[in-house]
Design a protein around this ligand. Sequence first.
Ligand SMILES: Cc1cc2nc3c(=O)[nH]c(=O)nc-3n(C[C@H](O)[C@H](O)[C@H](O)COP(=O)(O)OP(=O)(O)OC[C@H]3O[C@@H](n4cnc5c(N)ncnc54)[C@H](O)[C@@H]3O)c2cc1C
Length: 183
Amino acid sequence: MHHFSFSSSPSEPFIEFTTRIRDSPFKNRLNQLTIGTTVKIATVSGQFTVTEEMKKIVFVCGGIGITTTRSNIKWILDSHSHVDIILLYGNRDANNIAFKGELEHISEDNFKIFHILSDPEEGWDGPKGFINAEFISSSVLDLTDRIWFISGPPVMVKSIKTILTTVLNITEGKVKTENYVGY
Ligand SMILES: Cc1cc2nc3c(=O)[nH]c(=O)nc-3n(C[C@H](O)[C@H](O)[C@H](O)COP(=O)(O)OP(=O)(O)OC[C@H]3O[C@@H](n4cnc5c(N)ncnc54)[C@H](O)[C@@H]3O)c2cc1C
């Protein structure tokens, strides 16, 4: 049994989960399943959701931590909510950017995306390294006006929450986190 976040939105006529296949017994088994296999979903829980009073949001994601954010962004854009969204997305290299094509094709005025790569291929001229205070403050100019959603590996979530609350003066009540325990 593993936890998974919805990557689909309630505006879509299906339920979708997204993972990275790596060499673990669970993932190997998952990769071998054929279409039509029955799986059990034990329960649905969580509070990593955008509510109506939130008008300016930043999603900060590491790697596959994008899943729940993709669901939230798709829902906001499909329901034509006037929410101003910034996505800060950290990955190892460009090949590891999940939903890359889809995210690049969102041309709504209320959505901006900034990538940072820790081990980029040659030719990458964007920001390099892990998500840090400098990258955050140069991408988001109205830091304290926004609600922050951080999702990804627990080490990354903890480090970004510390940067936001201790270096960038964002109050803890404005920061929501989702820890992908297991990464
Ligand atoms: C709220 C939440 C949401 C999540 N959403 C997603 C999602 O949308 N997509 C996604 O891909 N993942 C998500 N995850 C993570 C997911 O549940 C898995 O943990 C992850 O995919 C790793 O699975 P794995 O089979 O590759 O690794 P596993 O084999 O399960 O290993 C996970 C970790 O446990 C350690 N471990 C494994 N077996 C043992 C053992 N016997 N003793 C000690 N340590 C062990 C491993 O070294 C590794 O660090 C989420 C997790 C949480 C908690």
